[in-house]
Design a protein around this ligand. Structure first.
Ligand SMILES: O=P(O)(O)OC[C@H]1O[C@H](OP(=O)(O)OP(=O)(O)O)[C@H](O)[C@@H]1O
Ligand SMILES: NC(=O)CC[C@H](N)C(=O)O
Ligand code: SF4
Ligand SMILES: [Mg+2]
Length: 489
């Protein structure tokens, strides 16, 4: 066995200095308070990235941007928002997957190019950086940042096409990997998704009052539209480039031949349950994952206990299907963020204890089933199993609402390397011993796909590479993706 052994807690550790999940993007076209609307939207997308945030606005003549490290609410005070005039805005919340976590790489990235001023915000990760960047540098491109996102703008600037929209389509057809992007020039907004549709991106509309034109909104998740009272219209489709200008909304496709591979982990963990992602409610998928898990791995017990926050919806489904009562046996401190990508093991251990605390009144003398969405390093599970036993639980059974995570992600999720993924290096029985549970079971791959509607008519096709090691793109570092020892189920 090759376990990471949790160290003892170090009280002077700073456990929450790097809370990183995913990126979130927002765009608003045609609103007198575009910056403020974008700010509220980003607030709803804060769970997708907490390293840095930024908003760029256009007043028709110039693009002004404000970016900072930290949370959206820390960067954008009322005074700051006043400095962002204009009826168009794009925004971003970041955790880095390419390039440092530094202000330099915060987004939106604003570039004065041969094709005019362009600002861009990106969720996802490009996987053919080497070839594209080298070629651009040979052609004289000077990069301002170390992030992958700038490549898209440099490709636009160096495109031989004549119209801007053709240059954008040309650029997007040369990059590979995951990109849900919003872009802005002085007078237009663009929104696009990579041909596989890895990451979500939706479009909404706020009807204009008193004969004024409608406002168009783009966001990573529909929960951002709700806050703005924007009506969800549709998703930006994989391979689609949407443009909003004073002439209205137009759309074209820059790729129609690549097979869809939307990220299933969005439904398992990342997205908020109140969001519709890839045209499907996350709530519905997650509840169904819990139901399917109960059908696949039943166990006798007195109580179903979710690991908050991400395990809650699946636990509701598990309880409904099994008939075993549900209750919050673990209480979450809401002032602590996500823990799975904390910088060091010691810090992560401490983080789990600060974040979750058992409710002895509910657990004492009970046989409990803990439901979580994933085991990444095993830190959370091991800690909480111990905590629950210390709080008097008689038996602790662990159920996970997705298959074992055996391979890292290269498409915008900062999963740890293969050697840190517990399921890449241990059997399920070994993991059970490590987390000290009475039993452990994962949802099957077929089960998670079914729960996400993949087998329904017009169901999505998903990327499941973190469970299978089968990556939908070719441009990945092969050494890194091969599990040290594949999980023996
Ligand atoms: O095996 P580990 O390395 O401990 O990681 C797994 C845990 O990390 C995630 O939750 P997280 O605490 O990040 O966020 P959440 O509050 O949204 O559930 C995930 O939902 C698991 O609970
Ligand atoms: N997680 C993401 O979507 C990151 C976007 C981009 N690749 C960056 O690193 O800044
Ligand atoms: S590898 Fe996993 S996390 Fe990454 S896009 Fe595919 S399913 Fe999503
Ligand atoms: Mg969790």
């Amino acid at each position: 066995m090759n376990h990471v052994q949790p160290d003892e807690i170090e009280l002077d550790a700073t456990p929450f200095d790097k809370l990183r999940e995913e990126c979130g993007v927002m765009a608003v076209y045609g609103h007198p308070e575009a910056a403020r609307m974008t700010y509220w939207g980003l607030y709803s997308l804060q769970h997708r990235g907490q390293e840095s945030g930024g908003i760029a606005t256009s007043n028709g003549e110039d693009i002004i941007d404000v970016k900072g490290m930290g949370l959206v609410s820390e960067i954008f005070t009322d005074d700051v928002l006043q400095k962002l005039p204009g009826q168009m805005a794009i925004g971003h919340t970041r955790y880095s997957t390419t390039g440092d976590s530094a202000l330099l790489n915060a987004q939106p990235i604003r570039v004065e190019s041969t094709k005019g001023l362009i600002a861009i915000a990106h969720n996802g990760n490009l996987v053919n950086l080497g070839t594209a960047k080298e070629r651009l540098e040979r052609d004289g491109a000077v990069f301002q940042t170390t992030s992958d996102t700038e490549i898209i703008v440099q490709l636009i600037a160096h495109s031989a096409e004549t119209t801007l929209v053709d240059c954008i389509a040309d650029s997007l057809s040369q990059v590979d990997g995951a990109f849900s992007i919003v872009m802005m020039t002085r007078n237009r907004i663009f929104a696009a998704r990579d041909p596989r549709g890895f990451r979500p991106l939706c479009m909404g509309r706020i009807p204009g009052v008193d004969g004024k034109p409608d406002t168009f909104v783009f966001a990573s998740e529909t929960c951002a539209l709700d806050l703005l009272h924007a009506k969800y219209e549709r998703d930006v489709q994989p391979g689609e480039l949407v443009m909003v200008s004073e002439d209205g909304v137009t759309s074209r496709y820059f790729n129609t031949t690549t097979k869809q591979a939307s990220c299933i982990f969005e439904h398992v963990y990342f997205a908020r349950p109140d969001s519709k992602v890839f045209g499907r409610w996350v709530q519905k998928s997650r509840e169904e994952m819990g139901r399917q898990l109960a059908r696949e791995s039943a166990v006798e017990a007195d109580l179903v206990v979710p690991v908050p926050d991400s395990g809650v919806t699946a636990a509701i489904g598990y309880s409904a299907e099994s008939g075993i009562p549900f209750n919050f046996g673990l209480i979450r401190n809401h002032y602590v963020g996500r823990t799975f990508i904390e910088p060091t093991q010691r810090v992560r251990d401490f983080g789990v204890r600060m974040k979750l605390n058992p409710s002895r009144a509910l657990l004492e003398g009970k046989r409990i089933i803990l439901i979580d969405d994933s085991i990444i390093r095993g830190t959370t599970s091991r800690k909480i199993v111990r905590m629950c036993r210390a709080a008097g639980a008689k038996e602790v059974h662990m159920r996970i609402s997705c298959p074992p995570t055996i391979s890292p992600c290269f498409y915008g999720v900062d999963t740890p390397s293969t050697k840190e993924l517990i399921a890449a290096n241990n059997t399920i029985e070994e993991i059970r011993q490590f987390i000290e549970a009475d039993s452990l079971a994962y949802l099957s791959l077929g089960g998670v796909l079914k729960a996400c509607g993949a087998y329904e008519p017009h169901g999505n096709s998903f990327c499941t590479a973190c469970y299978t090691g089968n990556y939908p793109t070719q441009w990945v570092d092969v050494d890194e993706i091969l599990p040290a020892v594949a999980v023996k189920v």
